[in-house]
Design a binder for this molecule. Structure first.
Ligand code: DON
Length: 304
């Protein structure tokens, strides 16, 4: 068994010295003031051990990482019919690109680009009694952590500036791939993205994807084959037009968010979460990707 704590410490030392830490996302004004010197890694292994370095108990905005949780909830509510409205192909384009949506007649390429996540949000709005509250409770239940919450300032900040998401939702509506009103779906979507977690909480919430669908509380939320599909989508679509690069360098299913978080996992082995708010040009955490590459190289633990 590798000395996980020593490996995380050495990655942390390298990251602290990095001269280029990337650029913090500013298109959501509330995220623009986050200090890019924050850095954290947290590892939870399947045999119940946890390791961490840096600010692994500090909260950050999980943003697009929430799309995996929303997809899981949608699959557990309506099963395979999710795929009548969304494709499962990598987009090879940025997360907020709209051209492909038009070319594909309103069918998003996958559930992790924004248009796909907005269709998932529409499914949740249709199928949950109190969508925001029920979704938050689902996330809390996965981890057994009732302290997880929305950041309302972040949600409102995106609500007042998220013009491309309004464009995506309107485009979806024009193709009849949105059943609820645009404002209602986006209100849910912005709240969903605003959820805050620490790396340590993120590793707990994502535990079910490394554990055949059973969450940390030992409750079965997804079948083995549903988990296989969600993990396949994280591998092929989790990093937008950098999904190939992430598979090439890191070799794990994972998901990023513009808050600078990344979560990745090796089924039956571990969940690892990183946070470094500076992003690369593709919108993924620069040092987070580097840290995960070092982790799988040093431990020789990847799906490949
Ligand atoms: O919709 C948006 O643009 C954000 N709420 C989420 C984007 C995001 O996190 C992309 N991931 N790297």
């Amino acid at each position: 068994m590798p000395d996980f704590q020593a490996i995380l410490e050495s990655i942390y030392q390298d990251a602290k010295q990095a001269s280029d830490k990337g650029i913090v996302a500013t298109y959501i004004p509330e995220l623009a003031h986050i200090d890019k010197n924050n850095f954290a890694i947290h590892l939870r292994t399947s045999n119940g051990k946890c390791y961490g370095v840096g600010d692994f108990n500090k909260l950050f905005s999980i943003q697009s990482i929430s799309k995996v949780l929303a997809l899981s909830k949608a699959i557990s509510l309506i099963g395979e019919s999710v795929w009548d409205r969304i494709d499962v192909e990598p987009s090879g384009h940025p997360f907020n690109q709209l051209a492909l949506l038009e070319i594909n007649n309103g069918i998003p390429r996958n559930p992790f680009i924004n248009s796909g996540a907005i269709v998932i949000a529409d499914i949740l709005v249709s199928n949950l009694e109190n969508p925001k509250e029920d979704f938050l409770n689902y996330v809390r239940e996965l981890s057994g952590d009732a302290s997880i919450n929305f950041n309302i300032d972040v949600a409102h900040s995106e609500q007042s500036t998220g013009f491309k998401n309004f464009a995506a939702a309107n485009l979806l509506k024009s193709y009849k791939n949105l059943n609820n009103p645009v404002d209602k779906v986006l209100d849910f979507y912005f709240y969903q993205c605003s959820i805050e977690m620490s790396c340590s909480q993120l590793s707990s919430v994502f535990y079910l994807f490394a554990n055949n669908g059973k969450c940390l509380q030992n409750k079965l939320h997804l079948t083995g084959s549903q988990v296989k599909r969600v993990n396949a989508l994280m591998l092929t679509c989790g990093f937008y037009d950098e999904a190939g690069e992430f598979a090439f360098e890191v070799g794990l299913p994972g998901k990023s968010g513009v808050g600078g978080g990344i979560v990745a996992l090796l089924p039956d082995h571990f969940v690892i979460s990183t946070w470094s708010p500076g992003l690369n040009v593709k919108g993924n955490s620069k040092l987070g990707m580097l840290a995960l590459e070092q982790f799988t190289t040093k431990t020789k633990l990847s799906i490949f």
